[in-house]
Write a protein that binds this ligand. Structure first.
Ligand code: HAM
Length: 437
């Protein structure tokens, strides 16, 4: 007997198997369609970047950079990192290719894998998937609002009803120093352990994010950034909120929301879901007006978000939303014997080229095995074909739900299948290969 198979996906990573894979694709597609509708164009950057992109962009004092990066030196001596997030990488690409010298804002979206060496727990993985969007080169509050509204609409489209928007304004280099000083002096008077005290020295804002109750209790009277905003930043924040109200987006003010990456300025937000436990953010983002300069580029205001695909899947599960009827196939072709396998292959190819999702029984299965495969496939239609049918120039079209079977001339099988599918699904546009439907 063979040894038990012992290889496993690395710790903190997981495989998405069918039928869950279909739901995952649908989540990504909804996110992509939502953001593309707002005029964002698709960009793809490498999964690897020079380590400096993240050290300079995300900030050395963040957990992401100081503890969680998959960094290594290549055989050629380059220091590279598997991307822990997309914003710094997209900004690097924009600056490298001078996209910011064309029409502004540059509006981009992306989708892919990200890597953080975190302590794995429910909703927190070492490999995860995000769909992100960035609007670079404008500080118009309409962009902050459009991104937030688009994300909320994506969650609604997916069927989620329990996503809450947390909103804050973090100020910028004009108002941050005074706030930082006030915060640091408040934190000085608290009873904090040594690592937290150290964190307070390097980046006092980060302490606000400390989830431990003994810390949160002491933060009850902490100075809030929103009390230190300049008139300009307050006006910017007011406009963002006005625009959100106008389009019916609700939020909760969250004056202690600081986010885990150092590049944020002014508007900061998170989308949280109450069904996920500690890792409740299904997405987050904000303005990052200083990121371009910290990578060596010009001053370039920008705003963006990233939505967590994996956590959105968990939120869907928590709300009991079933995304797809998980139907992956329209028709399953059943050749009754080897002699009709070639004709079946031709037919399945014809159907696929016409935009129908079609599969067939393989491995020369007998009639019983092939019918079993058709049942397992969950396709609503089957085409059964034996020697006699093929000789008579016809096939049997079977409705799998009712068991009804009709003989259809071979040359009209495509229109019969399309008509049967339209009856099942309503008229559905299909994309044939090489032409219009
Ligand atoms: P982030 O808040 O670090 O922001 O990540 C965005 C989302 O990615 C989170 O809300 C969460 O859903 C998901 N996520 C993050 N880490 C993990 C993990 N370890 N396991 C599972 N899901 C995770 C950013 O990454 C920024 N680049 C967003 C942004 C774009 N800001 C401006 N533009």
């Amino acid at each position: 007997m063979a040894d038990e198979f012992s290889l496993k996906a690395p710790k903190g990573t997981f495989d998405t198997l069918p039928p869950e894979g279909e739901a995952l694709l649908q989540v990504r597609t909804s996110m992509a369609e939502g953001i593309a509708r707002a005029g964002y164009a698709y960009i793809e950057t490498p999964v690897l970047e020079d380590t400096a992109v993240f050290v300079r962009g995300v900030g050395e004092s963040t957990d992401v950079v100081s503890k969680e990066m998959y960094s290594f030196t290549t055989k050629g001596g380059d220091d590279v990192t598997l991307r822990p997030e997309g914003t710094a990488a997209v900004m690097r690409a924009v600056l490298e290719h001078s996209l910011h010298k064309g029409a502004l804002p540059v509006k981009l979206w992306y989708s892919g894998s990200f890597f953080r060496y975190e302590r794995p727990q429910a909703g927190r993985y070492r490999h995860f998937s995000q769909v992100g969007a960035e609007a670079i080169g404008s500080d118009d509050p309409a962009l902050d609002a459009e991104l937030i509204a688009t994300a909320m609409d994506v969650f609604t489209t997916l069927g989620l009803t329990r996503v809450k928007l947390l909103l804050n304004c973090l100020g910028d280099h004009n108002d941050r120093p005074a706030y930082r000083a006030a915060l640091a002096s408040y934190l000085d008077g608290l009873d904090l352990d040594a690592p937290t005290r150290e964190r307070a020295k390097v980046n006092p804002l980060r302490v606000l994010d400390d989830k431990r109750p003994e810390v949160q209790e002491q933060l009850a009277g902490v100075p809030l950034v929103t009390d230190y905003l300049s008139a300009d930043n307050r006006a910017h924040y007011d406009t963002v909120r006005e625009l959100l109200s106008r389009c019916g987006v609700q939020w909760e003010e969250s004056p202690k929301l600081v986010r885990g990456l150092d590049y944020y300025t002014r508007t900061a937000f998170e989308f949280v879901h109450d069904g996920l436990g500690a890792q409740s953010a299904v997405g987050g983002g904000g303005r990052y007006d200083g990121l371009s300069a910290s990578l060596g580029g010009p001053d370039l205001p920008a705003v963006g978000w990233a939505l967590g695909v994996d956590r959105t899947m968990l939120a869907l599960r928590a709300e009991g939303v079933r995304l797809v009827g998980a139907r992956t196939l329209d028709v399953f072709v059943v050749p009754l014997g080897e002699s009709v396998a070639t004709a079946a292959f031709e037919l399945v190819t014809l159907l696929r080229r016409a935009g129908v999702r079609a599969d067939m029984a393989v491995d020369g299965r007998g009639a019983k095995g092939a019918m079993k495969a058709a049942n397992r496939s969950a396709a609503p239609l089957a085409i059964v074909m034996g020697d006699r049918d093929v000789a008579a120039g016809e096939v049997q079209l079977k409705d799998m739900a009712t068991g009804d079977q009709t003989a259809v001339p071979r040359e009209s099988i495509l229109s019969a299948v399309l008509a049967a599918l339209d009856e099942l699904d309503g008229p559905t546009p299909r994309r044939p290969v090489g032409g219009s439907a």
